[in-house]
Design a protein around this ligand. Structure first.
Ligand code: MG
Length: 390
């Protein structure tokens, strides 16, 4: 009898030069028998993309920045690697034939279209782009109901919930408890936070992440997004999702059941574990991460989140209560405000004020379709930009 030879799974990594993208490619590198990066796509960092493509030899390499195409083509086409550029090429890459799983590791609103295209093409998704479900959760959920695609969360909190739900009956779930590190300003007074610069905010205590998500973590907007994401990912009523501050980031989230039992998933704060769990479609990869020590276990603490110092956290309730395109507006305003904060143009609490102003002035759409999200995103960005200029 001939031995069964398993082919490595072809994956597309969108956002391959970022934090999640490079950690995904680390796992691919260590397990060539399991995974092959057949599509690599990046935003602007063309030299890093060329380096990764030379190493991984994908079928296709895509750069969103169109001006970088000649450089990409000259470097990769002699190696037999197809190249393409532009936002539409990046979205098309999510449909590439032969790809079984798409890792959506791009940051921000731009992750929405490729994720939708991948779902329409029936690909499995390792979902790292949280804005997809924040912006258009209801819409994406309805698409998934009609698609063979399965979504495996990469975000550590959602991966933890997913792991806690394994083998459980959904009607026995009472609530989800999403843990938050509290970010770099957890112990700071409101006055001190108000004067904090982007440099202060970029010093995250536990996680090494990209700049946008690190600022979102400092404002706790990230946690508000994760609550919205959990609402759609697990089809859970918002009043049954709460956040708790857990400064050590060892417990990645918890699920409470109807008999009062609470299951938690613990591990060192390292994204390679949830990435590997998603790539393996909820199978465990041996030695994915270093084990937790008993010393680390002896220090676990919890605190109630403080929405007076971190008002962005309360925007999750606001978005869910308003429904429709509210979360899309909040996300767009937040992207503009965070970019302005990173450039030193506004102060820390101006991020919240910009979002609140935009939410109060943007058009409300109760049942948005895809075109409405696109229009709403554009309108909200304009309102946020004008508010910042004033
Ligand atoms: Mg997270």
């Amino acid at each position: 009898m001939k031995p069964i030879v398993n082919q490595p799974k072809n994956i597309a990594v969108l956002g391959c030069t970022g934090s999640i993208g490079t950690q995904t490619l680390d796992i691919v590198d260590k397990h060539p028998e399991l995974y092959r990066a057949s599509v690599l796509a990046a935003g602007r960092r063309v030299d890093e993309l060329i380096g990764l493509a030379r190493h991984h030899r994908p079928d296709l390499a895509v750069i969103a920045d169109e001006s970088a195409l000649p450089r990409l083509r000259d470097a990769l086409e002699p190696l037999g690697i197809r190249t393409a550029a532009g936002a539409s090429a990046l979205a098309e890459a999510a449909e590439e034939p032969g790809v079984e799983m798409v890792v959506t590791a791009t940051v921000g609103y731009s992750g929405l279209e490729p994720t939708i295209r991948a779902i329409r093409a029936g690909k499995d998704i390792a979902l790292a782009n949280k804005e997809t479900l924040v912006v258009a959760g209801d819409y994406v959920r309805r698409l998934l109901e009609k698609s063979p695609s399965r979504v495996y969360p990469v975000d550590s909190e959602h991966s933890a919930v997913y792991q806690c739900l394994a083998g459980e009956r959904r009607n026995k779930v009472r609530r989800l408890i999403i843990t938050a590190s509290g970010g770099p300003f957890r112990t700071w007074s409101r006055e001190r936070i108000a004067a904090a610069t982007a440099k202060d905010a970029l010093k995250h205590p536990n996680w090494d992440m990209g700049a946008k998500i690190t600022i979102d973590s400092a404002t706790m907007m990230n946690k508000a997004f994760e609550i919205i994401e959990a609402r759609w990912l697990f089809d859970m009523e918002p009043e049954r999702i709460s956040a708790i501050v857990h400064p050590q980031s060892i417990i990645h989230s918890m699920v409470e059941f109807t008999d009062g039992a609470i299951k938690a998933q613990l591990g060192v704060p390292d994204m390679r574990l949830p990435i590997a769990y998603a790539l393996g479609c909820a199978d465990r990869l041996e030695g994915a991460e270093r084990p937790l020590t008993t010393d680390q276990l002896a220090t676990l603490t919890f605190e109630q989140p403080d929405t007076s110092r971190f008002p962005c956290l309360a925007l999750a309730d606001e978005a869910i209560r308003r429904g429709g395109n509210a979360a899309c507006v909040i996300n767009a305003a937040n992207e503009i405000a965070v970019a302005a904060y990173l450039h030193g143009q506004i102060g820390f609490y101006d991020i919240y004020d910009t979002i609140a102003h935009t939410l109060g002035n943007a058009s409300y759409i109760a049942e948005p379709g895809y075109a409405d999200y696109v229009a709403s995103n554009t309108e909200a960005r304009t309102i946020a930009r004008e508010y910042i200029k004033r």
